[in-house]
Design a protein around this ligand. Structure first.
Ligand code: NAD
Ligand code: MG
Length: 397
C-alpha cells in the first residue's frame, strides 16, 4: 500500500503554535511534509526552519524581509522559494499541492488566508481564533461552499470537538450546552485595586500555558475566553445561551459538552498545545503528540468557580456582541487587538484595555450589507481600529 504524505502549509510558523506544530510533525516524518512556512518579522527564525524542513515556499511580510531571507537561504544552499506580502499567504493557503493549512497567525491578519484555504476546500486547522471572530458567517459560508474540513486547534474547542460524534449533522440534537473552561490567568486572585499597575511581563506570565504575547494578555483579561465564546458560537453553531464559561485553575479539563440527557462529556489532559495540534493533524486517526501523560495520582484537586464579572468585564462584551448587529464581534476584536498592542508597548495600563474595548464598541456601530464581503469586514475592522487608537491616545500615560 502506498501512503501519501499530507502536505502542510503552516502560517505563523515561528510563533508558539507554529513551532509546536513542527514539533509534532517532526515525530511523524512518514505522514507529513512541510510544503510552505510563513512568518511576519522573525526572518532568522524562519530561515532556520527552512534549513531544517526544506519547504517548497516561504513567505514573509514584505520585500525587504524577503531579500534578507533569500540571502540567508542562498548562503546555506537552500532552494526554498521566498514570497512576500499578504497575497502570498493566500496563495500558499490555497495552493493546489497543499492538503492541510495550519492557521497560526495571530489576529485578524489571518482572515484572508483562512478564507482562501476554506474556499479551496483544504483541511483547515484553525488556531487563529480572531479570524473566525471577525469573519463569522462569511468564514463559515466559505468553509461550506469550498467543502473544507474545519478542525479546531484552540484547546477548548478541540475538547468540545473530541466530545462530539464525527457526524456534524448530529450535533444540534445532541448538545444542550457547552462549558468552556478558563484558567483565570495570572490575576485571578490578585487585588483588583492593583491591576491598573501590572506590567506586560506580569500579564504574559501565564500559570499553565506558554503562549504568544497577545494571547497571554488576552488570558489575563479573559478577553481570550470572550473571543473563544464567539469562536464556539460559529464552530458548533450554538446560540449564545448555550455557551457557558467556568474557571478551572488547573487547566486539566479542557472543556465539556452537556448533552440533552444531562450526561456531561469532558476531555482531559496535561496543558500542552501539541495535543490539540496532533488531534487536528491526524483526525480521525490519533498520533503521538509528545505531551506528558496525565498522572491522576499527582493531581491534588480539580476546582471550579464562577468568573467574577467585575474582575473580567470583557466576557460580557462578547455575549453582548453576539446579540448585537452583525459585525459587532469584529469591532470588539479590532478594539482589543489595538488595546493589547498599546498595553504591550507601554502606552496604556492593563485596566485601560477594557476601557478601550467598551468605548469602541459603544462608538462604532457596525453597518454591514446583508452578505458582507471580505472588504466590508476589513473596512469595519479598520474603522474600529482607528477609533480604538483614538481612545488609546486619550488614555496614554
Ligand atoms: P505568536 O505571537 O507566538 O505567533 C504568531 C505568528 O503569526 C508568528 O509566526 C508571526 O510571525 C505571525 N504573524 C504575526 N502577525 C502577523 C501578520 N500581521 N501577518 C502575518 N503573520 C503574522 O502567537 P501564538 O501564541 O502562536 O498564537 C497564534 C494564534 O493561535 C492566535 O490566534 C492565538 O489566539 C491562537 N492560539 C494560541 C494558543 C497558544 O497556546 N499559543 C492556544 C490557542 C490558540
Ligand atoms: Mg484556548
Amino acid at each position: 500500500m502506498t501512503c501519501t504524505k499530507q502536505r502542510l502549509t503552516i502560517l505563523g510558523a515561528t510563533g508558539s503554535i507554529g513551532t509546536n506544530t513542527l514539533d509534532v510533525v517532526a515525530r511523524h516524518p512518514e505522514q507529513y511534509e512541510v510544503f510552505a512556512l510563513s512568518a511576519h518579522q522573525r526572518i532568522e527564525a524562519l530561515a532556520a526552519q527552512c534549513l531544517q524542513w526544506r519547504p517548497r515556499f516561504a513567505a514573509v511580510a514584505d520585500e525587504a524581509g524577503a531579500r534578507r531571507l533569500r540571502a540567508l537561504l542562498a548562503d546555506a544552499g537552500c532552494a526554498t522559494e521566498v514570497m512576500s506580502g499578504p497575497q502570498a499567504l493566500c496563495e500558499l493557503a490555497a495552493h493546489p499541492d497543499v492538503d492541510a493549512v495550519m492557521a497560526a497567525i495571530v489576529g485578524a491578519a489571518g482572515l484572508a488566508p483562512c478564507l482562501a484555504a476554506a474556499r479551496a476546500g483544504k483541511r483547515l486547522l484553525l488556531a487563529n481564533k480572531e479570524a473566525l471572530v471577525v469573519g463569522g458567517a462569511l468564514f463559515m459560508d466559505a468553509v461550506h461552499a469550498g467543502g473544507a474540513t474545519l478542525l479546531p486547534i484552540d484547546s477548548e474547542h478541540s475538547a468540545i470537538f473530541q466530545c462530539l460524534p464525527d457526524d456534524r449533522a448530529a450535533w444540534p440534537a445532541r448538545i444542550d450546552h457547552i462549558i468552556l473552561t478558563a484558567s483565570g490567568g495570572p490575576f485571578r486572585q490578585r487585588d483588583p485595586a492593583t491591576l491598573a499597575a501590572v506590567t506586560p511581563q506580569e500579564a504574559c506570565a501565564h500559570p499553565n500555558w506558554v503562549m504568544g504575547r497577545k494571547i497571554s494578555v488576552d488570558s489575563a483579561t479573559m478577553m481570550n475566553k470572550a473571543l473563544e465564546v464567539i469562536e464556539a458560537r460559529w464552530l458548533f453553531e450554538l446560540q449564545p445561551q448555550q455557551i457557558r464559561v467556568v474557571i478551572h485553575p488547573q487547566s486539566i479539563i479542557h472543556s465539556m459538552v452537556v448533552c440533552r440527557d444531562r450526561s456531561v462529556l469532558a476531555q482531559l489532559g496535561t496543558p500542552d498545545m501539541r495535543v490539540p495540534i496532533a488531534v487536528g493533524l491526524a483526525h480521525p486517526q490519533r498520533i503521538e503528540s509528545g505531551a506528558e501523560l496525565l498522572d491522576f495520582t499527582r493531581l491534588s484537586a480539580l476546582t471550579f468557580e464562577e468568573p467574577d464579572p467585575q474582575r473580567f468585564p470583557g466576557l460580557q462584551l462578547a455575549f453582548d456582541a453576539l446579540q448585537g448587529p452583525e459585525g459587532s464581534t469584529a469591532v470588539l476584536n479590532a478594539a482589543n487587538e489595538e488595546a493589547v498592542a498599546a498595553f504591550l508597548d507601554g502606552t496604556i495600563g492593563f485596566t485601560d484595555i477594557h476601557r478601550v474595548n467598551a468605548a469602541t464598541i459603544e462608538r462604532v456601530l457596525p453597518s454591514l450589507p446583508a452578505q458582507p464581503a471580505l472588504q466590508d469586514l476589513l473596512a469595519l475592522d479598520e474603522r474600529a481600529r482607528a477609533q480604538a487608537r483614538h481612545f488609546v491616545k486619550g488614555m496614554a500615560t
